[in-house]
Design a protein around this ligand. Structure first.
Ligand SMILES: [Zn+2]
Length: 108
């Protein structure tokens, strides 16, 4: 129980990162660079992306959070299904208004 309290406290901290102008700019740049969902693209499907996902969980780490190379354009359905499924497999809870909350534990 205390562990989940700790986690939600972390999530609250990280949420601030997503409110930053810098993040909004990075997100906009990523979507401008790759306006299509990269997950669907692998299947040859053209679906507009509206979400920017961190390939490697940033765990609140600034250098990882702002690394443009670590960003991935995805559509809402991939973000809510595939990625949450992946995160669930690595025991990562969902928070931050639907964003996965990276906890590490994987080697990615
Ligand atoms: Zn998609």
């Amino acid at each position: 129980m205390s562990q989940s309290t700790k986690r939600s406290a972390d999530a609250k901290e990280w949420r601030k990162l997503y409110d930053l102008t810098l993040w909004r700019r990075l997100r906009a740049q990523q979507l401008a660079r790759q306006p299509l969902c990269e997950r669907h693209l692998k299947d040859g499907k053209l679906v507009p992306a509206d979400t920017v996902h961190h390939r490697k969980p940033h765990k609140g780490e600034w250098s990882v959070f702002v690394d443009a190379e670590n960003l991935e354009s995805v559509c809402a359905s991939c973000h809510s299904s595939d990625i949450q499924e992946e995160e669930r497999n690595t025991r990562v809870p969902i928070g931050l208004d639907g964003w996965p909350v990276p906890q590490g534990g994987g080697s990615q």
